[in-house]
Structure formats: structure tokens, C-alpha cells
Design a protein around this ligand. Structure first.
Ligand code: PLP
Length: 430
């Protein structure tokens, strides 16, 4: 594969952008090698600066449920741009957008648009704190909620009571209000609650995690979590930045049958443009300025271009409920193909899938939390990633990410991917 142009661009980029990238995981650090610079995308494929073509399973890390450049999103954007790019005043598109989100996700009675998933989760925590008058919150090891200071906390020893900052720049004070529990382990939550009585504002969780590979919350666990939040008057926040409109029109909460108090969204709701949103119970959302005292704002929030693209995506979902059946069929086909290849290779690697989110872990033990996820052989993943890339399949350049199937992936794409998987396994398992 000739990657000369990408290499030149990367060298140039590194002079002006930290690490040459605007988001760290794009840099291929965990799989080795240099990132490819992408020039254009269409449907299930994209092309790099050297003209190499790939079947894309990142879909911009989740937003592209319909593949690249679906005609109905391009049309909506072309129409919207004629009227201007931003006004800093309300538009009818924002009303349509808020309405369709509340229709598709019944737990959301009111919603505020923001510009990224990070802004959404950060604002949801502030709303929960403002509503409850409490300061601490619980997050789960292995869940990612964006890069706001108090989310970048990792467990140190004994850190089930006090968080320890993971990134320089995060203060101890910030970390102290973040309590860390184990995913799918209700006892770890109970312990934190009993040692922090009436101090916990919120529990935030990816109800189907996509940031430690794909790990689904167990039914019993999520039910108990809901019950505990009700008992203790803790705000339950589902971070659906990745799962919202991905695993079902109503997100993970529809799949799991549990209603959170607040939800956060991003990715798909922007139709490929930078958008986030948080919303939920009216009584909590009415604490947000200008109705209430909890301040939250954004110069470009509800941007007309982003709303046009996002609304086109959500309208399509609303009018075509069969989208999720199609995605399930395609994703199950891919999973089956991978599983047959694994069987033929004599490997029983853990394969987790919920709808069009999927992950193969390089460990033969089941993966249901962070500790089991990190048993995966990440070095082997790096080699596998490059074998797939050589064969024209673009996966996430990191093990603990989801593979996303879109409606644009054809049977031919899936068959090619299954063949590449078989060949790659053969190469790496020699
Ligand atoms: C579950 C979840 N929450 C929040 C975020 C942060 O979103 P953003 O990168 O748009 O800030 C992400 C990003 O991948 C995510 O997967």
C-alpha cells in the first residue's frame, strides 16, 4: 500500500498540531504506525490521500449510521446553507430537532442542544448537581464520558472512595468528587452510596459501553441501579452519546427497558456535524438557565447547519423504523462470519455485539467489565488491525473501541471483510 502522501501530511501536521492529530486516538499510537489522512467518503467506503480505498467500520467513531454522505443529509445541508451558517438566535430547526428527540426517546421531556458529547455529559452532571444540591457523582471504570476534568479519573488503590486524577491538569479537588464503581457490579455501587450518604448527585453510565470494547449492562444490574437511584434520590444519567439512535431509535434505554432521569447524546444526532444534547425529566431540565439558575450556554449551540443534518438523520430514522432490522441483519451476518473464522482457527475469542456495535477481544474469557476487557492482548490487536488495513478494511486503531456497521455496508462489503478477517487471523496466529 502506497501511503507517501499521508506520511508527508503527517510530518507536516506534527509541526503545528500536537501529535499531528486533533484527537489522540486518531494517531495510531496503540496499534503502531502512522495515521492515514482521509480525503473523501462515500457510502461504506473512504479513500485516503494516496487514493487507497477502505471499507470503513469507524463511521467517524459512530455518527455515520447511514455511511458517508447519504443523499438526504447532503440535501438538507445544501438547503440550510443557503440561508446562512449561524445566527445566535433561535431558529425553527431547533424546535423541530428538540421535538423529534423527545418523540424518539420518551424519557426525554426537554432537551438542550450543545456542540459535542463532552459538553453534553458535563452539562448533565451540572444539571444533576444543581437539582440535587449534592456534589459527588459515580462513574464506572472503563466508561468514557468525554474529557471534562472530573471524568478523567482512574481508580488508584483504595480509590473506591476517592478518585485519583488520570491526566495532568486535573486537580485533586476535581477528582475528589468522582467516585469510581465497577461496571456490572451493583455491590461496588452500594458500597460507595453507603459511605457517601446523601452526597451523591448522579450516577452516570454508558448503558451499553462502547469505550472498553462493547460491553452491555446486565439486566439485573441496570434494574437495581435504577431502583437504588430512586431510593437514594440520585439522578441516573445514561450516556447515550454512542448508543443513542445507534442500537435502537430509542437508544440503549429502549433495548434495556429502563428510563434514566437524564440522557446525553452526540454522534448520530449531528448527522456528521459537531453536535451534542442532554435532556430528560422536565423538573430537572427546568433548572437550566434561563428558566432556572444552572448556567449552561453556547455560541454555536443549535447551529442551523448541524440541526439540518441532525434533523435529517432523525427524521429518516423516525420514518424508516426498519433501519434497525437492516442493521441487525448485516451485523449478525458479520458476527457469524467472524465466529466461523475463529472456530476454524481454533480460537474462542470473546465477541460482544449489540445491534450494529461489535467488538472482538483477543481473550478467550468472557468480557463483561473493564477488568475482563483489559485481559485482551492489545499487541495482537495492533497486528490484526494492520493485517485488516492491508486488505482494505479500516477498523478502529485501538482495541477498546466498537466496530460500527452502517446501512451502507453491502453484502459484498461484509463478505470481503469476513474474508479479510479469515486471512488476517491466519497471518497473526501462525
Ligand atoms: C459514551 C461517550 N460519551 C461521551 C463522549 C464524548 O463525546 P465527544 O467526543 O463528542 O466530546 C464519547 C466520545 O466518544 C462517548 O463515546
Amino acid at each position: 500500500m502506497n501511503t507517501t502522501k499521508s506520511k508527508i501530511l503527517f510530518e507536516e501536521a506534527k509541526k503545528y498540531i500536537p501529535g499531528g492529530v486533533n484527537s489522540p486516538v486518531r494517531a495510531f499510537k496503540s496499534v503502531g504506525g502512522d495515521p492515514l489522512f482521509i480525503k473523501k467518503g462515500r457510502g461504506s467506503k473512504f479513500w485516503d490521500a494516496d487514493g487507497n480505498k477502505f471499507i470503513d467500520y469507524i463511521g467517524s467513531w459512530g455518527p455515520h449510521l447511514f455511511g458517508h454522505n447519504p443523499s438526504f443529509i447532503i440535501k438538507a445541508l445544501s438547503e440550510a446553507i443557503k440561508n446562512g451558517t449561524s445566527f445566535g438566535a433561535p431558529t425553527s430547526l431547533e424546535v423541530k430537532m428538540a421535538k423529534i428527540i423527545t418523540e424518539l426517546v420518551p424519557s426525554v421531556e426537554m432537551v438542550r442542544m450543545v456542540n459535542s458529547g463532552t459538553e453534553a455529559t458535563m452539562s448533565a452532571i451540572r444539571a444533576a448537581r444543581g437539582f440535587t444540591g449534592r456534589e459527588k457523582f459515580i462513574k464506572f471504570e472503563g466508561c468514557y464520558h468525554g474529557h471534562a476534568d472530573y471524568f478523567l479519573i482512574k481508580a488508584g488503590s483504595g480509590a473506591l472512595t476517592l478518585g485519583v486524577p488520570t491526566s495532568p491538569g486535573v486537580t485533586k479537588g476535581n477528582a475528589a468528587d468522582t467516585l469510581l464503581a465497577d461496571y456490572n457490579d451493583i455491590n461496588s455501587v452500594k458500597k460507595l452510596i453507603s459511605s457517601n450518604k446523601k452526597q451523591i448527585a448522579a450516577i452516570i453510565i454508558e448503558p451499553i459501553a462502547g469505550n472498553m470494547g462493547v460491553v452491555k449492562a446486565k439486566d439485573e444490574f441496570i434494574k437495581e441501579l435504577r431502583a437504588i437511584c430512586d431510593e437514594e434520590k440520585i439522578i441516573l444519567i445514561f450516556d447515550e452519546v454512542m448508543t443513542g439512535f445507534r442500537v435502537a431509535a430509542g437508544g440503549a434505554q429502549e433495548v434495556l427497558g429502563i428510563k434514566p432521569d437524564l440522557s446525553t447524546f452526540g454522534k448520530i444526532i449531528g448527522g456528521g456535524l459537531p453536535v451534542g444534547a442532554f435532556g430528560g425529566k422536565r423538573e430537572i431540565m427546568e433548572k437550566i438557565a434561563p428558566v432556572g439558575p444552572v448556567y449552561q450556554a453556547g455560541t454555536l449551540s443549535g447551529n442551523p447547519l448541524a440541526m439540518a443534518a441532525g434533523f435529517a438523520a432523525l427524521k429518516y430514522i423516525k420514518n424508516h423504523p426498519s433501519v434497525y432490522k437492516t442493521l441487525e441483519k448485516k451485523s449478525a451476518y458479520l458476527e457469524e462470519g467472524f465466529k466461523e473464522n475463529l472456530k476454524a482457527a481454533g480460537k474462542n475469542y470473546a465477541m460482544n455485539r449489540v445491534g450494529s456495535m461489535m467488538c472482538m477481544f483477543f481473550t478467550e474469557q468472557p468480557v463483561d467489565d473493564f477488568k475482563s476487557a483489559v485481559k485482551s492482548d492489545t499487541l495482537l490487536y495492533g497486528i490484526y488491525f494492520h493485517e485488516m488495513l492491508k486488505r482494505g478494511i479500516y477498523l478502529a486503531p485501538a482495541q477498546f473501541e466498537a466496530l460500527f456497521v452502517s446501512t451502507a455496508h453491502s453484502k459484498e462489503d461484509l463478505d470481503k471483510t469476513i474474508r479479510a478477517h479469515k486471512e488476517s487471523l491466519t497471518e497473526i496466529l501462525i
